[in-house]
Design a protein around this ligand. Structure first.
Ligand SMILES: Cc1cc2nc3c(=O)[nH]c(=O)nc-3n(C[C@H](O)[C@H](O)[C@H](O)COP(=O)(O)OP(=O)(O)OC[C@H]3O[C@@H](n4cnc5c(N)ncnc54)[C@H](O)[C@@H]3O)c2cc1C
Length: 329
């Protein structure tokens, strides 16, 4: 990135996003609209679309400028990236220790009321409790594949509909020898997919794995091509960018979160006008409590640490609810 900035002044917008924020973004303004208003050139917008908005989960014309500015100016969550040694499963194993976790158990109906909650699965099992914490992805909540009986309050339904899952996919290629130029671990492509890196760099592995990542309109375009078409398009991008026309992978895989019916997108995004939606989604509707990455404030939304703190918050709310003094009749 520093290299790109040295070569082109238009690239002098960094991950720190030190935007002036004066004038402030408008209530219904998209990030792209705001950046144009404060003087971003077409080329800078193009670059924004390609790089930073990619990590924000959707194209900048679809993201709330207020939500984006809150995300960039809130330093509470830190701005470093870390790899969990041994993989995320180590964290999950610890959190799940001693709990009765049922995998491959799809809930299709939640009946709730003063008496408590019943979750009915597609296999016909019913799980009952005094309360439940809902952590479903926003795409699943919007899809209607799961019914709430009685229906959720109108304001909760409106909140759910006001957020959106950003489309996202990875196209992963395995080559039997290194294909990245020496000393390069990642780059932004001029084509689609726009973001490319090798998780093999710095590791003692045979060959090289290359990950291509696309969100927003880039992902929509690739999604429309289907699996074979998207892999072909991504391979073509690699051939062009790396200057290797005969590049042939030994294996290839697409991971398309939009096509996964238990995700229906990569992570939540806040469309223009919906910047109050995350805290509204978090608001309890006892005996239902709400957690998951979409329920935390903008700087934490769409992240693992956000999902984690939301779970702790919802657990505290649930405990308080369960321990509340009961009215005697
Ligand atoms: C490509 C990609 C890259 C990312 N990179 C990062 C990163 O670098 N750093 C970071 O912090 N975050 C990253 N994230 C985001 C992070 O993965 C999510 O924010 C986080 O996993 C959300 O956790 P969650 O518990 O809210 O939702 P999920 O992890 O989506 O959990 C929801 C669960 O509900 C289940 N479910 C769905 N429907 C049903 C049903 N009907 N019945 C029962 N269960 C159901 C799903 O199977 C899933 O297990 C990335 C996400 C993607 C897709």
């Amino acid at each position: 990135m520093a290299h790109a900035r040295e070569h082109h002044p238009d690239f002098d917008i960094t991950r720190s996003w030190a935007l002036p924020l004066t004038p402030p973004p408008g209530e219904y303004e998209s990030l792209e609209g705001y950046l144009r208003r404060i003087g971003f050139t077409d080329e800078q917008i193009h670059y924004t679309r390609r790089s930073f908005a990619n990590a924000s989960g959707d194209s900048p014309d679809k993201i709330s400028a207020i939500a984006a500015s809150e995300e960039w100016t809130d330093t509470e969550a830190g701005d470093g990236d870390f790899r969990v040694v041994g993989g995320y499963v180590r964290m999950l194993d610890r959190l799940a220790h001693g709990l009765d976790i049922r995998l491959n158990t799809v809930v299709e109906r939640i009946t709730w009321g003063k008496y408590g909650v019943q979750a009915q699965t597609t296999l016909g099992d019913t799980f009952s409790g005094d309360a439940a914490i809902i952590t479903l992805p926003i795409g699943v909540l919007q899809s209607g594949s799961l019914t709430f009986d009685p229906a959720l309050p109108d304001d909760k339904q409106a909140t759910i509909q006001s957020l959106r899952m950003g489309p996202g996919m990875k196209l992963v290629f395995w080559f039997d020898q290194p294909v990245m130029p020496e000393g390069i671990g990642a780059f932004y492509s001029a084509f689609n997919p726009p973001m490319i890196w090798s998780p093999s760099v710095g590791r003692d592995v045979r060959g090289q794995v290359i990950t291509c990542f696309a969100t927003g309109d880039y992902a929509r375009t690739l999604h429309a091509l289907g699996e074979a078409g998207a892999l072909e398009a991504a391979l073509q991008t690699l051939k062009t960018e790396l200057g290797l026309p005969d590049l042939t992978p030994t294996a290839a895989r697409w991971i398309n979160w939009t096509a996964d019916s238990y995700a229906l997108g990569a992570y939540s995004i806040v469309p223009p006008g919906a910047h109050h939606a995350r805290p509204a989604l978090a608001s309890p509707t006892p005996p239902l409590f709400w957690a998951g990455e979409a329920t935390v404030k903008n700087a934490w939304g769409a992240t693992v640490h956000g999902a984690y703190v939301s779970g702790r918050r919802a657990a505290d709310q649930t405990r308080e609810f369960l321990l509340r003094p009961q009215m005697s009749s």
